[in-house]
Design a protein around this ligand. Sequence first.
Ligand SMILES: Cc1cc2nc3c(=O)[nH]c(=O)nc-3n(C[C@H](O)[C@H](O)[C@H](O)COP(=O)(O)OP(=O)(O)OC[C@H]3O[C@@H](n4cnc5c(N)ncnc54)[C@H](O)[C@@H]3O)c2cc1C
Length: 435
Amino acid sequence: MPLNILIIGAGCAGPVFAHLLQKAEPKHTITVIERSPSLRTGGQQLDFKENGIPIARGMGILDTLKAACVHETGMQLVDQKGRSLMQFGVNSSAKQGLNLTNEYEIMRGDMVKVFYDSSIAERRKIEASGEKEGGLTYKFDTTVTHLDQSGKGATVTFSNGEKAHYDLVVAADGQNSRTRRMVFGDEVNAKCFMNMGVHAAYFDIPRLESEDSNARIMFAPGSRMIMTRTGDRPITQVYLFLMKNKERHERMKAVHRQPLEKQKEAWAEIFENTGWDSKRFIEGMRTTDDFYAHEVGQVHMPQLYNGRVVLLGDAGYCPSPFTGMGTTLSLVGSYILAGELAKHGNDVDGALQAYHDLMQEPLEKYQKLSTGGTESNFYPASQLGITIANSVLWILSSLKIDKMILWVGGLLPEKKDAYVLPVYPELSLDYGEKV
Ligand SMILES: Cc1cc2nc3c(=O)[nH]c(=O)nc-3n(C[C@H](O)[C@H](O)[C@H](O)COP(=O)(O)OP(=O)(O)OC[C@H]3O[C@@H](n4cnc5c(N)ncnc54)[C@H](O)[C@@H]3O)c2cc1C
């Protein structure tokens, strides 16, 4: 039976799921709501890899994503004078986490646009084939104010006062999902966020002519880290990281709730005079429109659904940028949820339980952090610590033990046993080659 489905959030997961749902059943009626007045195309470079690749291929968007890729030469570790201490190369996308730079590196905005466009193109294809039932509608500037699950399905009240009933509500509204809090309650919502004591800010500034296409990382005293990425883009992406520091952690938690200008002030104060090009980065941050900051952490939910509301992507299992698996996991989640719904037909409840069960293996693999968490990760606090860190890393780099470096740096997880996707003929995907 075709379903009436509401997807909350048009980020990465929402549009991918809308696309896959239509592949399985063109008669579904799908509504995607987004809090922003238009598609949120902010954010920096994301990558997708491993099982994200056959899914994108099956959806027919791999070539479009490839064309949108940022071409980055590799990564350099620099000192506080901006001098290169070592260089790493580009990694093959088939493996997880041997290096920072992967084959499929795309600006978040470009990726979101590809996902959104592909979901609409899928609908056009369905309509062109003569199908009259079902549909796909995006509604911007819209949120949910109330959700009632007392009957079968969910009755939703929207921010414009309208009400509608859905067979299924999919919360794809990101790491700080309001839907998750609404449906699972404050206590579960608070408990599910595994804070890592790390805060991050991402923004764009104009690129200098002299900048090459390497990513650069610099550790600074006080457990601070700056990273830049330029690739072949006309902008310089700047990433500021604040590592473990209990006092500062409490302050930053409050900062994230403040207006953007106040947030920028706090980041500027902490990163001013850090060395390298910090003055330019901070000046650029003050005027950029594309600023995104958050508390880095993971979402671990005991159950991925409650009644007919199901969590998808970061809302259900944000793995944190430190795993490099956020987008891949949201593609895998969308694929399994769409696949199980297709497979279970009328049994939506059975499909949700199967989705929960089948997600446990990729979650266990993709959410795993290097060295079992950030406790033992290596973010030097003092100047002496940085000198030692840089020297150790230099020696390791000379020995070409890249994996070791990233394991020590806690930047990416250790290599895992490969996770094999279930195959869903019901999704009519053209994988091209074996999954
Ligand atoms: C603006 C932005 C910039 C980002 N930049 C980076 C980055 O530089 N690096 C990085 O690693 N990750 C970044 N992320 C997170 C990254 O996109 C996700 O980790 C990942 O791709 C999983 O996607 P998702 O769809 O689950 O969540 P997201 O991509 O976060 O998408 C969630 C969507 O839901 C919308 N939304 C939120 N609340 C509501 C609501 N109540 N009602 C309706 N819609 C709602 C949001 O506006 C957003 O469009 C960014 C996210 C956003 C929103």
